[in-house]
Every structure is written in C-alpha cells, then in structure tokens.
Write a protein that binds this ligand. Structure first.
Ligand code: CS2
Length: 490
C-alpha cells in the first residue's frame, strides 16, 4: 500500500488540506514537535491557511528525540488527525507542517538558520513544563536545569529553549532583522510572561546589552491551549490505514473538542487563527486559571487516584462511580477559587469536562497524565489550594489530590509491582523516601520537599493533617476503600 505524501489519493470523505501547500512559505518555527502540536496548533494553522492563506506554514523541530520527525519526513509533512467524540471518529489530513528538523540528531545548524531567517515571524513552543528550566520562585533561570547549565556555559552553542531563542534573537538584532514573536503553548500559568522572564534572565546573564533590546522589542503573548491528546498507539496505524486508504506512520488521535485562547500581540503578524476558531483576547489569564485548575487539576487528581486504584484509562476512572464523584467534587472546589469570567459558566464547563473525560473513543492513560507531577501540581493543585485557604474555602479536595500524588510517589502498585514515577525529581523523591514507611512521615517528607508546596499550605496544620490522614488510608486500606470513603464524605 502507498504511503501518505503529496501525491497520494485519499479515500473519499477524508478531509485534505484545502489550499495549495506548495505556494505557501514557512513563517513559524515550532519547538517541541510532537503529538500535542500536531493535534492542536498545526490543526488551527491548517484551518487558518484554508481560510486566508499566508506564508505561515510550520517548520517542526524536535529538540531531543527524532521519532516524530523521522516518521513525518517521508510523508512531505502530511499526517492524519483522527478526531473522536462520544458519537464516533473521523479523519482529516493536515498540511500545515512543511520542513522538519531533529535538533539533537544532526539538524542543529538547520534549526539555527530557521530561527534566524527573516521569514520566521513566530516561534511556538510545546516543550512541556520541565523543558524550560524556569525557577518558579524567582521567575528566572534554574541554573541547575541541565539545558540551562549547558547553555549558560556555551551561549554560542545552545541546546535548550532559552539558549536557542536568545542566540537567535541576538543574531536577528545584529543583522537588523525584526525579532520573532514567542508564543508559549504549554500548560503553565501566564505562560507568556513566564517565558519572557526566563529569556530576559538568560539574556541578562549571557549578553547583558541584549536584555533591554529583548524587553523592548520581543512580544511574548500568553495562550491557553486545550485538547486531550493521548500518546499514539500502534493500533492507530491500522485504524488510520483503513480510514484513509494508505499508510501513515505518523497519525495522531485526539478528542474532537479543542480550544485556544491567545493574547493578541503579534507585531510581525500571525495566521488567521481567529478564523480557525481561536479566541483572540487581551487577557488570557482568567482562561488559563480556569483550564489549569479545573481540567488539569482534576486530571492530575484522577490520574494519581485512578492509577493507584488500578484504572488504566481516564474513561475507566469515570466509570467508577466513587471516583467520578470525586472528580466532580474537585471541579467544583477548583471553580470556587476562580474570579468570574464573562460568558463562561463554570458549572457548565465542569459538566462538559466530565463528559470529555468519559469519551469512550479515547484511550487516555492515567499513567501518561501522572508524569512530571512536581512540575504540574504547583499550578494545578497547590495554587488553587492556597487561594482556597486564603478565602476560607474547603481544602479537603486539594488535600485528597495531594495525598493521591503521594501514594503514587511510593512507586509500587497494590499488587507490589514497581513502576517509574517519570518525574524530573524522581531520584530526589526516591532518596527522600528511602526507608520511610510510616505514611504520616511520607506525607511530612513530601510536603517539605524544597520548591514545591507553598509555605502558607505547609504551615497550615489542618491541611497537613488532612493530607496525612488521606495518605494513611490509601496505604492501610487501599485505593478503592479510600476513594469510596472520600466520596461518601462528599
Ligand atoms: C494532561 C494534559 O497530561 C496531562 O497532564 O492533564 O495534557 C491535558 O490532557 C491537556 O492539557 C488537555 O488540553
């Protein structure tokens, strides 16, 4: 069977790019090319190109692994996006991606050239929370982060996001080329400002005269991104072959729902993302808080409680009545910490989220969401918990979520099987818990890990007590009994 590419004929009914790909140049470099980008920003860009054209095709860059890029190169950048909701699935082929580079596998020069090219007017980023190397306490660089440490020592031969962007901005300034706009698409609060702080600090350390120029000339709009995108599986390849009538080695499957709220600040222009359904606004922060605290907060809670409770997929969690009730409880508690947002009813948003989590056509693994907890919990669980504490609201749902994470951190299933925590601080967590058996002591140890739980929460005895109580029950009675008891508590 032929492989997907410029000249393949697709099965009837499969939507294909509705524009002439060859006539449109590239204008975006995307760092962190992978599943989420393919299911989200590349799709919005595909729709924007169909609506309005423009030289906005994407140069996809994978920073570390080369898998995603290797699979797509022989397909002229074309891949299938399968979209699934409760009513079923449909397939479309996305054409917005043009060139592809694998930074760590021979393409470093190419990536640098693309970042310096005048035609590149936007750099989008999905490098995950841990990819940046931000010290969340200072807002600047974390000098111990491997990529930051490397790039501070070798600013002319960078490997990480901060180093690469700073070098490219320096080259552009020296060449008189206007800077690109940097658009962060990771699940971080006020993500534009966060990345700006990182780059300004990095720039200040490596090229002080550049710092002011960046501060004055580079735009860092924030954005809230949303689309549930499970990691691709090998079954997807078979399914897609059937659906489109040819081989595709790089398909991706996501829920049908999608949302993108973008701060409209693009001095060098942007694709017609608004015509693709994105919401362009002045202030993204309220949307970010809603999504991070409600969707992602509930996701993390259900991932830890679900994983230790033996549920492989999010949809299985939602089929467990007790845990589904706790998901709804969590959504409500998270919503209570939010300032009102015009045009959005948080109760409706919560019900829609529960329905999305129930999606029977999506195999979203709890273990996937459980990854990188120390990078995710601060904005998903601890920030709303701190606000709930300040407002005198119930802290119990946040304490339960924290305890579920701690139970996960013990690294062993109820059947005694060991698993990797898949957290950048995994070694530190394991070392801290070495020989600590008593659940109360485990709770104390993890609550007091440096740079994790905000001081106000650590100082709040009832919060500590609730976490320790939930964790003790997880350890002594097991996940099912703990979840059942917690659900009855309401
Ligand atoms: C999830 C997110 O893996 C995770 O941590 O919570 O990837 C989530 O699926 C997306 O943010 C949905 O937009």
């Amino acid at each position: 069977m032929t492989r997907l590419g410029n000249d393949t004929k697709l099965r009837e009914g499969v939507e294909a790019p509705a524009y002439d790909r060859d006539t449109l140049e590239e204008g975006i470099v995307h760092l962190g090319f992978g599943a989420f980008h393919k299911a989200h920003q590349a799709l919005y860009t595909d729709d924007a190109l169909a609506a309005e054209g423009g030289d906005w095709r994407i140069h996809g860059v994978s920073l570390r692994s080369s898998e995603a890029v290797d699979a797509l190169r022989p397909q002229d950048g074309l891949y299938t996006l399968v979209e699934a909701d409760a009513t079923g699935v449909s397939a479309r082929v996305i054409g917005s991606v043009g060139s592809l580079s694998s930074f760590a596998h021979g393409d470093a020069e190419r990536v640098r050239a693309a970042l310096a090219a005048p035609g590149t007017r936007i750099v989008t980023l999905t490098v995950t929370e841990k990819g940046y190397g931000i010290d969340r306490d200072t807002g600047g660089v974390d000098p111990d982060h491997p990529a930051i440490a490397h790039d501070l020592a070798h600013p002319d031969d960078p490997q990480g996001v901060a180093g690469l962007l700073t070098l490219a901005l320096r080259q552009r300034r020296d060449a008189g080329t206007p800077p690109f706009t940097i658009l962060c698409c990771d699940n971080l609060p006020e993500n534009g400002a966060l990345v700006r702080g990182l780059i300004l600090d990095f720039g200040g350390r490596t090229a002080p005269e550049l710092r002011d120029w960046i501060a004055e000339n580079v735009a860092f709009p924030s954005s809230m991104v949303d689309r549930i995108t499970p990691a691709a599986t090998s079954e997807l390849l078979d399914e897609v072959r059937e659906m489109i009538g040819c081989e595709d080695h790089a398909p991706i499957r996501a829920e049908r729902f999608r949302q993108w709220v973008i701060e409209d600040r693009f001095p060098q222009g942007r694709p017609a993302w608004d015509r693709a359904g994105a919401l362009l606004v002045d202030d993204v922060a309220p949307y970010e808080h809603m999504k991070l605290r409600m969707l992602n907060g509930a996701h993390s809670m259900l991932a830890y409680a679900g994983f230790v409770g033996g549920h492989k997929y999010v949809r299985d969690v939602m089929a467990d009545g007790d845990l589904a009730a706790l998901v709804r409880r969590h959504l409500k508690a998270a919503a209570a910490t939010l300032a009102p947002l015009e045009g959005v009813d948080f109760a409706t948003y919560a019900e829609d989220l529960a329905a999305r989590f129930e999606n029977p056509h999506l195999g979203h693994e709890t273990y996937q969401i459980a990854m990188d907890g120390t990078e995710k919990l601060p904005q998903r669980i601890f920030a709303p918990a701190r606000d709930a504490l300040a407002a005198g609201q119930d802290l119990r749902p946040f304490a339960f979520a924290t305890a579920a994470w701690m139970r996960y951190c013990t690294g062993r299933t109820e059947e005694g099987e060991e698993y990797a925590l898949r957290d950048p601080r995994e070694d530190e967590i394991r070392a801290a818990l070495e020989g600590v058996e008593d659940p109360r002591a485990i709770a104390e140890t993890l609550l007091d890990l440096p740079r994790l739980v905000p001081q106000e929460l650590r100082d709040h005895v009832p919060f500590r007590e609730a976490v320790a109580e939930c964790l003790s029950l997880f350890v002594s009675a097991g996940a099912a009994a703990t979840i059942g008891q917690e659900a009855r508590r309401g």
